[in-house]
Design a protein around this ligand. Sequence first.
Ligand code: FAD
Length: 337
Amino acid sequence: MVNIIVIGAGVVGLSSAVSIQRALPGATVKVVADKFYDETTSYGAGGIFEPTTTNTPGIPFETLKRWSETSWKAYSRMATSDLASSTGHTVSHGFLFHTTKTEIPLYADIVFSFRQMLSEELKRLGVDTKFKYGYEITTIITNMRKYLSWLMTQFTENGGVVEKRKIESLSKLYGRCDVVVNCSGLGSRQLFGDKLIYPVRGQLLKVKAPWVRDWIDTDASTHILPSDDYTVLGGVKDKDNWSMTPDPSVRQGILDRCLQLWPALKGANVIGDWVGLRPMRTPIRLEKEIVRLPEGMLKVVHNYGHGANGVTLSWGTAVEATEMVKDFLSEIPLHKL
Ligand SMILES: Cc1cc2nc3c(=O)[nH]c(=O)nc-3n(C[C@H](O)[C@H](O)[C@H](O)COP(=O)(O)OP(=O)(O)OC[C@H]3O[C@@H](n4cnc5c(N)ncnc54)[C@H](O)[C@@H]3O)c2cc1C
């Protein structure tokens, strides 16, 4: 009997757990995490599919494209099927406004539609003249409240086991499984001593503005992302800041910038604030490692450090992490070496 332990119940951990179950139907898969659902970073993410090389430094273009395409295949199937209301994937039309010229992003030929706008069209929309470039895009926004629940239901209905606890030391896992899949995000700093992982703090406002249906993203720290239960206004990217307390001046800045960007938001009812720490690492760590412990060797597949693209890339990296688990299982057991 094969035993796999996945550390982490964010979108990366749950996606990895579900993907492993599908690939290894006979295996016992356990998710161990100290935070679940609304306690995770994944819960509050805006959930837009917009993978960029800027957000994933150190990852070769072709690798990022492959992960993005694998994720897109799964998400677009869900968004266009009768699963959409339960998985939370929505076909979403919107605009990306840029102050400076950038390369056409790699997702341009992945998403449902992507086209550069004429400056005349930006004028007609009344967009601030500092935004010289505009793109009209149809992509997917994932409602993370729904998607995390759906993943968890898939996992447990498939026989998955869940344990709520903090793993203080890897020694606790020795002898308890064949492979550990590490999706602990920022937790890898303490658990694996990885100094390359750090937080990029984000702060959001949740508002009710059902009349604003299109999403807007910019290169000027301002975005408006409607989902089916509320609209997210953001955002900031504050490197190495671990504070989980909403900052009132940041909040005011977000509100002011969003209202200036899209005056039609006026009248939106603020329903809450949210702070999340993006687990940032150059590069994302998706690899196998044999960890030497005082007790013996532990086979680990790392899958963490997705930064600002964790929702987007979670399924793509989960599928590749699953292949690494299969590779490990096909090798001679460590104690027989
Ligand atoms: C404001 C904001 C907006 C965002 N918007 C988007 C977006 O629009 N699109 C997009 O693609 N991405 C977005 N992201 C990024 C995305 O949210 C993250 O990349 C993603 O959630 C990371 O998922 P994760 O599963 O790696 O980490 P997490 O969700 O942080 O989960 C980590 C898990 O590991 C567990 N853990 C850690 N250490 C231990 C331990 N020692 N023992 C047991 N358990 C442990 C935790 O309990 C938790 O369950 C956004 C992020 C923020 C902050």
